[in-house]
Write a protein that binds this ligand. Structure first.
Ligand SMILES: N[C@@H](CCC(=O)N[C@@H](CS)C(=O)NCC(=O)O)C(=O)O
Length: 209
C-alpha cells in the first residue's frame, strides 16, 4: 500500500492523479500546513526532512520525496496504465525531458511567486521577486507552448503520459489564469485534456472542490 502525504493545490496533485490513474491501492494522509503540521518535529523526522508536501510512503515503509520522482515511479510501476513510455521506447527521452523540465524549471519559478520570502535579500523585496518570477514563468512556458503548436493534445502526441499530468498541474498554478490561457492556448488545451480524464478529475476534485 502507498500513502500519499498531501495538501490542497500543492505538488501532491500529480502523484495523486497517478495513484488514481494506475488503480494502485493507496491511502491519503492530509497534512494540516495551516496548523504547522508540515513543520512539526515528527513530520520532519518521519516524513519530509524539509517540511514540505508531497511525500509518498512506499509499501516497504520507506518514504520518498520529490513530486516528479513519485510521478515517474508510479507511472513505471503500473505499465498497463500506459502513462510512461518504456525505457526502450524512443519517446522516453522527451518524456523524461518534460518531467525534469517541470521539476527543475517550472516548479522553482512558482516557488519564487508563492514564497518570495525564500528569495528576498531584505525586507520589502517580495514584490520585486514576484514580478521577476512572473516574467521568468512566461519564458519557461514558451517551449511547452511551442512543443504543442502542431495541434497535438499531449506533449508526445495523442498519447497522454505522466509528463502531461505533471505539466498540467503546473498550468493550474499560474497566477494570471485567464491571461495565461489566452497567451498559451496550446498549454490551455493540454490542461483541459488532462483534467477532463476521469481519474485526474477525481484527484483534482480533492484539491479544488
Ligand atoms: N521539489 C519539491 C518541492 C515541494 C514543495 O515546495 N512543496 C510546497 C507545496 S507545492 C510546500 O510544501 N511548501 C511549504 C513550504 O515551503 O513551507 C517537490 O517537487 O516535491
Amino acid at each position: 500500500m502507498h500513502t500519499l502525504y498531501w495538501k490542497p493545490m500543492s505538488g501532491s496533485l500529480a502523484p495523486m492523479a497517478l495513484l488514481e490513474e494506475t488503480g494502485l491501492p493507496f491511502d491519503l494522509q492530509k497534512v494540516d500546513a495551516a496548523a504547522g503540521e508540515d513543520k512539526s518535529e515528527a513530520y520532519m523526522r518521519d516524513v519530509h526532512p524539509l517540511g514540505l508536501v508531497p511525500a509518498l510512503r512506499i509499501p516497504d515503509g520507506r518514504v520518498m520525496i520529490e513530486s516528479a520522482a513519485m510521478t515517474i515511479y508510479l507511472a513505471d510501476l503500473a505499465p498497463a496504465a500506459g502513462l510512461a513510455p518504456a525505457a526502450t521506447d524512443a519517446d522516453r527521452a522527451l518524456y523524461l525531458q518534460w518531467m525534469v523540465y517541470g521539476a527543475a524549471t517550472l516548479y522553482p519559478t512558482y516557488i519564487r511567486i508563492y514564497h518570495p520570502d525564500y528569495h528576498r535579500v531584505r525586507e520589502g523585496d517580495d514584490e520585486a521577486v514576484k514580478a521577476l518570477a512572473v516574467k521568468a514563468l512566461d519564458v519557461a512556458w514558451a517551449p511547452i507552448e511551442s512543443a504543442l503548436a502542431d495541434g497535438r493534445s499531449f506533449l508526445l502526441g495523442d498519447r497522454c503520459t505522466a509528463a502531461d499530468i505533471y505539466i498540467a498541474m503546473m498550468a493550474l498554478w499560474h497566477p494570471g489564469r485567464g491571461a495565461f490561457g489566452k497567451a498559451c492556448p496550446n498549454v490551455n488545451r493540454l490542461r483541459e485534456a488532462v483534467w477532463a480524464r476521469p481519474a485526474c478529475a477525481k484527484a483534482l476534485g480533492m484539491h479544488a472542490p
